[in-house]
Design a protein around this ligand. Structure first.
Ligand code: PMP
Length: 608
């Protein structure tokens, strides 16, 4: 059986969660299931000890119950009063440890789903973080419909999978109309399985209770492994229907796909509940962690207002607000924002505007684009044209437009005898000669400033970007800075151009702009370039370009929320000691025989 957790919560406190956990534990043991238990947080009482003893479990109590408070209060208060900080990772670690050991781990909550463990963290959040299925323990009598349906709604709103409702008779009472009819009506209105009923228990005798409860509770459904069923189904469908990017599907079809179902903080969680550190930040986009409360809330609030309206002929509130915020934080002179959906389109837009600007201005020969050898700017045909990674581009050679590639001083792969700083100067000289000879035919020069990301996190030699900016200015060639990968703090500054105090003529942004939540891109440019498109309509010098979801309000709301987090949490300041720490830790790779070079700029790292 696949390891899994079942979280036991109640519709209220004192609903008999511990009794229910014990009964379920005994019934599962009766079926030969290896059951573990956990009571992550306990305020007074001895529930954890009682369960451990009654179920004959040998784990140390600290694993079963990592957090104990003396006073019988809500956890947020009980732990605050005894000055204990609840560390959720510690709870998750204990749970993961238990999951490895047992077929099923029964996790008993504290209070109901909205009992706070901290002021901004509820039991419901813990259920999500532990990736458990939920059993709701409810009373039988009057009032239970309301409480049970409210609990169900909370669970569903948060996407918690529900195993079912288990009724518990905490007091000996006559079964009147409510007791007899409530389960049926809850099953019907709540569309939820009823797992059964625990009768009033006078004494805790294992044999007696197991015998009495066996016919009353659907234990089989507890053992049914919905995680495993779901995982298998999705894996099959993935291989049947999905074509993955940058993937040789022949290889893919020969292996079990890893299917991610949820995420939390820095972790991804697969369909079987396994957790993985999201080391590539879901392809360099996730900035503040997954399911960051402020991000989730901003998007939800925007959904309640409007999810999409076109920017073609109309405007919308988040798109306007974001444009202003981007201009405020961008290098000086970048004053106009053109939205699109992804990094490649951000580059396409810059290339097309740069090209058309010169056409609009009558400089018809200024049509060529210069780029760095080994550069990567995306996968649409325009951005492929300015890319230099042969593996990705070779096959499309006849489809893409001609460009001029210039050598980049990549010291690790430098031809023999080329060393710093002479190699940099040599490359610069080549660029200068090219510009001097051909500036009348060159529209723009595109770079990934400071770090060439897809090429292998190649960090630029210091001062090169500044000198390239000077050359572009001298020869009136637009500098396009593709900061799709480097933008939004990745290099330790908001934008990589800031490392050399320069401003490009175009700034391409995407990836991290929405904190890894939604696809959105922006191409920022100057007033000079914008003004180069202001003509009477009949002259047909409009920028005829736009995507259906250009300026999508949800994505813009996510980007605004991310920028708020940058400010509120002082992300760039907080990042600096982390960058130093990372640099320190990277030293351990230096001396490994199979490591050629370790490159770092901020939080972008390449190990050759
Ligand atoms: N430019 C750079 C520098 C990139 O790294 C990437 C993507 N890795 C792109 C453009 C293309 O972005 P997207 O995948 O969103 O089209």
């Amino acid at each position: 059986m696949n390891n899994k957790g079942i979280f036991i919560t109640g519709t209220d406190t004192d609903i008999g969660k511990t009794t229910a956990t014990l009964v379920l534990g005994w019934l599962l043991q009766d079926r030969g299931v290896n059951v573990g238990i956990m009571k992550p947080v306990q305020c007074a009482g001895n529930d954890a000890e009682f369960l451990k003893r009654s179920l004959k479990i040998d784990d140390v109590i600290e694993k079963i119950n990592p957090y104990f408070a003396k006073e019988p209060l809500s956890p947020h208060l009980a732990f605050q009063r005894q000055k204990t900080q609840i560390n959720i990772d510690k709870i998750i670690d204990s749970f993961e440890h238990l999951k490895k050991k047992y077929d099923i781990v029964l996790v008993e909550g504290a209070g109901g789903l909205l009992a706070p463990l901290k002021e901004d963290y509820f039991i419901a959040d813990l259920v999500k973080d532990l990736n458990c299925e939920l059993i709701i323990i409810a009373r039988l009598g009057l009032g239970t419909i309301n409480h049970t349906l409210l609990t169900l709604q909370q669970a569903r709103d948060r996407g918690i999978p529900i195993k079912g409702i288990l009724f518990n008779e905490i007091k000996k009472a006559k079964h009147g109309i409510p007791e007899k009819t409530n389960p049926d009506i809850i099953e019907k209105i709540g569309a939820v399985p009823i797992l059964g009923f625990i009768p009033y228990l006078k004494r805790f005798d294992q044999k007696e209770i197991t015998k009495a409860c066996r016919p009353l509770i659907d234990v089989k459904s507890l053992m049914k492994n919905s995680f495993k069923d779901k995982a298998g189904r999705l894996a099959r469908w993935d291989q049947k229907y999905v074509w993955h990017p940058f993937t040789q599907m022949k290889d893919w079809l020969n292996q079990e796909p890893l299917v991610i179902d949820e995420a939390q903080g820095n972790y991804l969680i697969d369909t079987q509940g396994n957790r993985y550190l999201d080391g590539i930040s879901s392809l360099w986009v996730n900035l503040h962690g997954h399911r960051k409360r402020e991000m989730d809330q901003a998007i939800k609030s925007q959904i309640d207002k409007m999810s999409h309206s076109t920017l073609l002929g109309l405007s919308n509130t988040p798109a306007i607000e974001l444009a202003k915020r981007l201009v405020d934080i961008a290098p000086r002179g970048l004053e106009k924002v053109f939205y699109s959906d992804n990094g490649s389109t951000a580059v396409e837009v810059a290339l097309k505007i740069a090209y058309q600007y010169w056409q609009n201005k009558g400089k018809k020969k200024k049509t060529k684009i210069v780029h760095l050898a080994n550069s990567y700017h995306g996968d649409t045909l325009g951005s492929v044209s300015v890319g230099g990674i042969d593996l990705f581009h070779k096959v499309y050679r006849k489809l893409i437009f001609k460009t001029i590639a210039v050598e980049f001083p990549d010291f690790y792969r430098a031809p023999k005898g080329k060393t710093y700083p002479h190699y940099t100067e040599e490359c610069l000289k080549c660029l200068e000669n090219l510009f001097k000879e051909s500036h009348a035919t060159i529209a723009a020069f595109i770079v990934e400033p400071i770090v060439q990301a897809a090429a292998g996190m190649i960090v630029w030699p210091h001062g090169l970007l500044k000198k390239m900016r000077e050359l572009c200015t001298r020869y009136d060639i637009f500098l396009i800075a593709d900061e799709v990968a480097t933008g939004f703090g990745r290099t330790g500054k908001m934008f990589a151009c800031e490392h050399e105090g320069i401003a490009p003529d175009f700034l391409c942004l995407a990836k991290g702009m929405t904190g890894g939540y939604l696809p959105l891109a922006a191409t920022l440019t100057t007033k000079r370039i914008f003004d180069g498109f202001l003509f009477d309509y009949q002259e047909q010098k409009t920028f005829f370009h736009g995507h259906t979801y250009t300026g999508n309000p949800l994505a813009c709301a996510a980007a605004l929320a991310s920028l708020d987090i940058f400010e509120k949490e002082r992300i760039l300041a907080v990042l600096q000691p982390k960058i130093k720490f990372l640099a320190e830790k990277l030293k351990m790779f230096y001396n490994l025989r199979h490591v050629g070079q370790v490159r770092q700029k901020g939080f972008m790292v390449g190990i050759e």
